[in-house]
Write a protein that binds this ligand. Structure first.
Ligand SMILES: [Cu+2]
Length: 641
């Protein structure tokens, strides 16, 4: 009872309320509807056969004619796409309750790495079983039909040692084909879990044995590589913590905690349905309206005041980027996807796109409750809290040794070694963009080979554009924009330069009606080679083990819907060299690279593992829309200098 809680009224925002059901709209005849309530603040446009936004009578006539013409040109009629949901859990089999459902509130002195019953420690040569099954997921008192690994969300938390090998026997007990992809592992291609590329899909009732190795320390995670928009969002995700062989790899701390960041969209007491044949929410991806830490709202952890906690963070959401902080607690960023950063750095907040990991150490110096906060463009969400209890003996030993920033000699040496490769031309020069044939703006379809038509073309209206967020923070700050001032301040404060100073990011779904109605059959996200013009599954690259190749990612700012894309490379590791020609000052090995609209990111990829590997956007709906390709890695070619 001695804990001083900060006042929370007023500034502790809650997740956004579910949106109202779409208005019925007004029929214009021939099955075409005008819905003046939807997207009322935006110019006249159409998604499918629904016209939205501010439309004059002339606009409606023109738009209807364009839609009828488009219908005449279409082959066949529209395909019905009923929403589907995972089935009901059988009693006592996958039903979730008891300890597994309780947010971790470990007593001080105990590890809070994972909730009781979720932690699986595997020695070298160890073996475990993971079963994907139907389950109920209780969130804020609402029971959702869900999927779960071993009946747990998140699934079992695996703890292994760097350099070890383990076997995981996967059993598929859900109602769809599935696989497990082990995100970030530079391991054997046959265990990468990509259906049709590294293994056949595992049918319901089937099994597959994965043989995993862990060359790099840090946090990794696993999820299906089929219909992630449904299976991963429905609860199929888990974490792997690889402890380093070097005992001094991480600084001493008082405890370590894994935090899995996620969101889910719940409306009227149910999860919003998923497309049966193709993912819905195909333009922006499915933003949840309920934010989750380790599968639950209201996360809480207790520590002693004066302790330091190392948090291993991973974002498993379909699309939502997180911008996390701990309510003013001092925070040090020490690592990311594949281990340590070159230099430890003080930060005010950290950004994680889907699939990215960030490792931070946080000092809770005062006895009080610290909110775990996500700051989106619209508001600050509270995901949970860390309660620092009074502790008369003062700062812990780890806390007293914590103020210095360490430099990683291994990554520093890697950076020096890679200097020789900076001058080579990019082996992959890739553009990220989209065509949306279903979208009609200003009476003409907005298909422009991934670029807006030069004359009369218009971008899909976005909340970002409406708010003018595309303006650089400095200019917005000059105009008195509080958010921009905060962004500029942070970029200066954290000293990360390009790594944290991202361009315009869509933090929320500001065009829900249009996005929800879109599906991957009508939205074509693209990764395109700038030189050959080939894109998505037509792309082909071959490298050899030992190659170090330049990669360039250009996120086109003039597509019909520019937005951020986290691009994931399987089986290898990459280092960011620069963003928009601003040199990265604090490199770290990565497998997922956030790119923002208009941005050009230069990378080096170190080719270490043979096989057929995927590259794709980790926004689940963009992947479903085809935003992916493979590259081949052959054994080391000794003839190549
Ligand atoms: Cu994407």
């Amino acid at each position: 009872g001695a804990v001083d809680r900060e006042p929370t009224a007023g500034d502790a925002a809650t997740p956004p309320a579910p949106s109202a059901p779409a208005a019925a709209g007004r029929s214009l005849g021939d099955g075409i509807v005008y819905d003046p309530e939807a997207m009322a603040e935006f110019p006249c446009h159409a998604m499918g056969e629904t016209i939205m936004g501010r439309c004059s009578a002339d606009d409606l006539v023109q738009m209807k004619a364009a839609l009828l013409e488009k219908r005449r040109q279409a082959v066949g009629g529209p395909t019905p796409r009923p929403d589907i949901l995972p089935g009901e859990a059988s009693q006592g089999d996958g039903g979730m309750g008891g300890e597994q459902m309780t947010a971790a509130t470990a007593p001080p002195g105990h590890s809070a790495l994972a909730e009781a019953g979720r932690r699986v420690m595997l020695a070298d040569g160890g073996r475990t079983a993971i079963r994907a099954q139907l389950a109920r997921w209780r969130i804020d008192g609402v029971d959702l039909p869900a999927y779960a690994y071993n009946g747990q969300i998140p699934g079992p938390h695996l703890e292994v040692r760097q350099g070890s090998s383990v076997e995981v026997v996967f059993e598929n007990a859900i109602d769809m084909d599935s696989t497990i992809h082990w995100h970030g592992l530079r391991h054997s291609n046959g265990s990468d879990g990509v259906p049709g590329v590294t293994q056949p899909a595992v049918a319901p009732g089937g099994r597959f044995t994965y043989r995993l190795t862990f060359p790099d320390p840090g946090l990794y995670w696993y999820h299906p590589h089929i219909r992630e928009d449904l299976q991963q969002d429905g609860g199929l995700y888990g974490t792997i913590l690889v402890s380093p062989t070097d005992a001094d790899y991480w600084a001493p701390v008082d405890r370590e905690t894994v935090l899995v960041l996620d969101d889910i969209r719940i409306e009227d007491g149910a999860a919003v349905g998923y497309g049966a044949e193709a993912a819905n929410f195909a333009i922006m991806g499915r933003f949840g309206n309920t934010l989750l830490l380790n599968g639950q709202t209201g996360y809480e952890q207790a520590v002693d005041a004066g302790q330091v906690v190392r948090f291993y963070l991973v974002n498993v959401a379909n699309v939502r980027p997180f911008r996390l902080s701990f309510d003013g607690a001092r925070m040090k960023k020490v690592g990311a996807d594949l281990g340590r950063s070159k230099v430890e750095a003080w930060v005010d907040e950290v950004v994680l796109a889907p699939a990215e990991r960030v490792i931070v150490e946080v000092a809770f110096d005062t006895a009080r409750a610290y909110r775990i906060q996500h700051r989106s463009s619209a508001q600050t969400h509270v995901l949970g809290e860390v309660v620092a209890l009074p502790q008369p003996e003062g700062p812990s030993r780890a806390r007293r040794a914590w103020d210095r920033l360490r430099v990683d000699p291994i990554v520093s040496a890697d950076v020096s070694r890679l200097q020789a490769y900076l001058a080579q031309p990019p082996a992959m020069d890739l553009e990220l963009t989209v065509d949306i044939p279903d979208l009609v703006v200003g009476g003409r379809p907005s298909v422009g080979n991934g670029r807006r038509p030069a004359a009369g073309g218009a971008a899909l209206p976005t909340g970002r554009a409406a708010r003018g967020d595309a303006t650089p923070p400095a200019e917005r700050a000059a105009a008195g924009d509080a958010d921009a001032e905060a962004e500029g301040h942070d970029a200066d404060q954290d000293g990360h330069g390009a790594e944290e100073a991202h361009g315009p990011i869509e933090w929320e779904d500001e065009m829900l009606a249009v996005n929800r109605a879109s599906d991957t059959a009508g939205v074509h996200w693209m990764i395109r080679d700038r030189v050959s013009g080939a894109m998505n599954h037509d792309l082909a690259y071959t490298f050899h083990v030992g190659d170090i190749v330049r990669v360039r990612l250009r996120n086109l700012g003039d597509s019909v819907h520019p937005m951020q894309h986290p691009i994931h490379f399987h089986g290898q590791r990459l280092m960011v060299l620069s963003r928009d020609a601003v040199v990265e000052q604090n490199p770290v090995w990565k497998d997922t690279i956030l790119t923002t609209p208009g941005e050009t990111v230069e990378l080096l990829m170190e080719i270490t593992n043979p096989g057929a590997w995927m590259v794709h956007c980790h926004i689940a709906e963009h992947l479903e829309s085809g935003m992916m390709f493979q590259f081949q890695v052959l054994p080391a070619d000794d003839a190549t200098p």
